[in-house]
Design a protein around this ligand. Structure first.
Ligand SMILES: Cc1cc2nc3c(=O)[nH]c(=O)nc-3n(C[C@H](O)[C@H](O)[C@H](O)COP(=O)(O)OP(=O)(O)OC[C@H]3O[C@@H](n4cnc5c(N)ncnc54)[C@H](O)[C@@H]3O)c2cc1C
Length: 372
């Protein structure tokens, strides 16, 4: 089984570099990993992520990769449809949700950046601030200086730990861990989630041949890595789940184990140091908002940094603009996560009633693009 670190991949950092570059501002991305790690997985981009990518100049390029998600289906562990959402109608043509390979998303974000905008194999080890600048000491002893430091270094952010004090991520309400993989498409043309007492199983078509899959298991021992135990949880699930599991278990190395961790901290800014993406607000993937929020953070922050004006006001303005949207996602994530822990009969009774309303209540606010 592959470790989750192999698919933590710099979406926020590249988005920030791109947003700055589009405004004619210089930026340097320091990335700990020496290689380009994208692990071959995919990512589900809800309409607000698609909007943000368009604001980053990538609307046409995005249309060339992955595939649009027209419909979501929520089903029981026996396959009965609880409710469906017409995503195409909800988001409209300009923000049609898409599922794309992570490698494609990273390539798009990096496209057109100056060759030296990203330095790989450079781990941030220590940070010092003075009145007008920030200096960063790297693990190899080198020092980089700049006007601002944006901590886009993920859920276990060294920047957050160093500048904002120890704020360890907490386990998500949804569960302790999940597994991600790519598999042959068993004939699905919709985003499909099967929910049962022991676990959740989601398949999203990336194209006609391939699906991106995600499974989570509740209860004691769920953080473990025993794939045979995970397999047993889904014994009663319908054929597409059984076939997919049997096939992927032949290649356990291609299954990615991901702890489900969240970051909820009181401050994202301290002087000239700012946090964004998972470093600021990692959230369980219930509404698939990780990439979307990171892209939006980048747009808002680049707008403020390029705007001139009071330098001391940038951090507070960034938090004031972003906290309401992020707080909304966190609240809606908790709300839906609670239904995952309900007994089957209660969830199956409740979801057809509250499911469509939750979808609308969560995403309606996000249809308004961020102003950048
Ligand atoms: C199971 C699961 C499923 C998900 N599904 C989706 C989905 O479908 N849609 C979606 O939008 N989101 C999804 N997410 C969330 C999404 O993957 C993240 O929100 C997104 O990757 C955040 O990007 P980031 O750039 O902020 O952090 P990361 O992807 O973690 O990137 C941080 C980068 O910082 C680097 N780094 C770390 N420490 C240092 C250091 N000291 N110095 C220099 N570099 C450093 C790392 O190597 C890494 O490249 C999912 C998450 C999980 C766990």
């Amino acid at each position: 089984m592959a470790d989750d670190a192999t698919n933590r991949v710099l979406i926020a950092g590249l988005a920030m570099a791109r947003a700055l570059h589009r405004r004619g501002m210089p930026g340097l991305v320091l990335e700990r990993r020496a290689d380009v790690a994208e692990a071959g997985l995919a990512i589900n981009l809800p309409g607000n992520a698609v909007q943000a990518l368009a604001q980053l100049g990538l609307a046409d390029a995005l249309g060339q990769v992955g595939s649009p998600i027209r419909r979501r289906e929520y089903r029981t562990e026996r396959g009965r449809l609880l409710f469906a959402v017409d995503e195409g109608a909800f988001w409209g043509a300009r923000a049609h949700p898409r599922c794309v390979r992570r490698g494609d998303l990273l390539r798009l974000l990096a496209d057109g950046l100056p060759a030296d905008a990203v330095r790989r194999g450079r781990a941030v080890a220590a940070i010092r601030q003075s009145a007008g600048d920030v200096s960063v000491e790297l693990a190899d002893g080198a020092v980089e200086r700049g006007g601002w430091l944006v901590g886009a270094d993920g859920v276990h952010s060294a920047v957050r730990r160093s500048v904002f004090g120890e704020a360890a991520p907490s386990p998500a309400l949804l569960g302790q861990a999940s597994w991600r993989f790519m598999a042959r498409n068993p004939g699905l043309d919709a985003w499909t989630l099967w929910a049962g007492a022991g676990g959740l199983f989601l398949l999203i078509p990336v194209d006609r041949d391939e699906v991106y899959g995600w499974a989570s298991v509740g209860g004691a021992g769920a953080a473990g890595r025993d794939l045979a135990a995970v397999r047993r949880v889904f014994d009663r699930f319908p054929q597409p789940v059984q076939d997919t599991l049997d096939r992927i278990l032949l290649r356990p190395d291609a299954i990615h184990h991901s702890p489900l961790e969240e970051v909820r901290v009181a401050h994202w800014t301290e002087g000239r140091v700012l946090l964004m993406g998972d470093a600021a607000h990692a959230t369980a993937p219930v509404w698939a908002q990780g990439a979307a929020l990171a892209l939006e953070d980048a747009l808002v922050l680049a707008g403020l940094l390029a705007g001139g004006g009071d330098r001391d006001g940038i951090g507070p303005a960034y938090e004031a603009l972003r906290r309401p949207r992020v707080g909304h996602i966190q609240a809606m994530t908790d709300r839906l996560s609670r239904t995952a822990t309900m007994p089957d009969w209660a969830r199956n009774l409740l979801l057809p009633l509250i499911g469509p309303r939750s979808y609308r209540a969560t995403y309606a606010k996000l249809r308004v693009p961020v102003s950048a």
